[in-house]
Write a protein that binds this ligand. Structure first.
Ligand SMILES: [Zn+2]
Length: 215
């Protein structure tokens, strides 16, 4: 009987106070963390008058298909994110994320996937892969922006965010082959926009896409 009760509790979707996210996990602490992460990114989006159009369900997992850290299921308003324990097993010692505490990293992955959920409502006005790169650009940029400054500090020793990021650094090739560099460039590129909200809004209405140069 106790096992049944535990199972019922574990499978429940717990709503966050923001009304836009529910969380399903075995660990109460992760409900709090996922809700807090969603509050943080919603505050960033709110500043540009953007919000999710439908409620998203977040679920924690020990394993995700495709060896991902997090996954947004397009069209289903569902996100899977590895638990902090599972995340810490996945992060290699030489990763740019290695110094970030797993709980903090968990929150940042929630933010990354919520941006994919938001971009899911954007019409793709270019090739699919170009919209994919654009979605990753915004997801990484806002994920990094949401990290406490002290966790970005080690990157700044090797990477100068004030050096102008060229638009062709945001490409499918760099996303696939140098994901860490892509993520850092995305964050710096967004920071360098004088019109941050115009840029974010342009991406979300489909008018800005990182297209490949045409020859
Ligand atoms: Zn992504």
């Amino acid at each position: 009987m106790i096992a049944t009760l535990v199972a019922v509790t574990a499978s429940a979707q717990v709503p966050c106070d923001n009304g836009l996210v529910t969380v399903k996990t075995n660990a109460a602490e992760l409900v709090e963390r996922a809700c807090r992460a969603s509050d943080r990114v919603f505050a960033q989006l709110d500043a540009c008058d953007q919000r999710l159009s439908e409620r998203v369900n977040i679920q924690t997992a020990q394993e995700i298909l495709g060896d991902c850290l997090g996954l947004f299921h397009c069209g289903k308003a569902k996100i899977e994110v590895l638990t902090p324990d599972a995340l810490s097993r996945k992060i290699e010692a030489d990763s740019i994320f290695a110094h970030i505490p797993p709980q903090e990293f968990f929150e940042s992955v929630v933010i990354h996937e919520l941006i994919h959920a938001l971009y899911d409502g954007t019409p793709c006005t270019a090739e699919f892969t170009e919209c994919y790169v654009t979605s990753e650009y915004l997801a990484y940029a806002l994920q990094f922006e949401a990290l406490p400054t002290k966790f970005r500090a080690p990157w700044l020793d090797e990477f100068d965010p004030n050096e102008t990021v060229k638009r062709d650094e945001i490409s499918l090739g760099s996303l696939m082959l140098e994901t860490d560099q892509f993520a850092l460039s995305a964050w710096a590129h967004l920071k360098q926009r004088p019109d941050r909200c115009d840029w974010i809004n342009g991406i979300l209405d489909g008018s800005i896409v990182f297209t490949r140069p045409r020859h």
